[in-house]
Design a protein around this ligand. Structure first.
Ligand SMILES: [Zn+2]
Length: 198
């Protein structure tokens, strides 16, 4: 669920949230509105409530879980920069797994596969998940000099993330649709509706 990431992209473009790029790393200094624990919980409750009133199925709960897991994963992944409330004040959470790229990759892939298993996703979706995690590798292992363009043109970072988010949606939509068609999964089942709406 990349709603939280989309908020970050919008807020960063608008200058409401900001990051700092140094030649060898990127520091997400200020992202309390899109990425606080409170924001994640609020969006998750909203998604759950909307799903319940519109769909009368588990789709809302699945999306809520997806949204909140973004915050949980980011706390594991980021250096300490996740606040509890949408404000600069307060403790900052983050276990900095991104400092250990190989472990980071394994944990993220394992998490995706567990979610896929729980939600009963299609085979095509699993292939998409693996492909997407592989595409992500160059971002996890920044080479010397690869950050320099971002230092000079900060707008590159939210743009790259935006492209990544949209690509993952297209991939999930395409693979989900194709497999639903191939395996004749009923559109009323959780996996069917979830793939379509992710
Ligand atoms: Zn995030």
């Amino acid at each position: 669920m990349q709603l939280v990431e989309l908020l970050w992209i919008v807020f960063t473009y608008l200058g409401i949230e900001h990051f700092r790029a140094t030649p060898d790393s990127i520091h997400l200094d200020f992202l309390p509105y899109s990425h606080s624990v409170f924001t994640g919980a609020l969006l998750a409750v909203l998604a759950w409530w909307m799903g319940k009133s519109v769909h009368r199925s588990n789709v809302g709960a699945a999306i809520a879980l997806g949204i909140f897991s973004h915050i949980v994963l980011d706390i594991i992944h980021h250096e300490p920069n996740i606040t509890l409330l949408p404000m600069a004040w307060g403790p900052r959470l983050g276990l900095n797994l991104q400092g250990y790229p190989l472990l980071d990759f394994i944990v993220e892939l394992a998490f995706c596969v567990v979610c896929w298993k729980i939600l009963g996703g299609s085979r095509g979706l699993l292939i998409g998940i693996v492909i997407f995690n592989l595409i992500n590798i160059p971002l996890m292992f920044p080479r010397p000099g690869s950050i320099t363009p971002i230092v000079e043109h900060p707008a590159i970072l939210p743009t790259v993330i935006l492209v990544q988010v949209v690509t993952s949606w297209l991939l999930v939509w395409w693979l989900g649709r194709r497999t639903i068609y191939l395996e004749d999964t009923s559109p009323g089942t959780l996996s069917g509706s979830f793939s379509k709406e992710l």
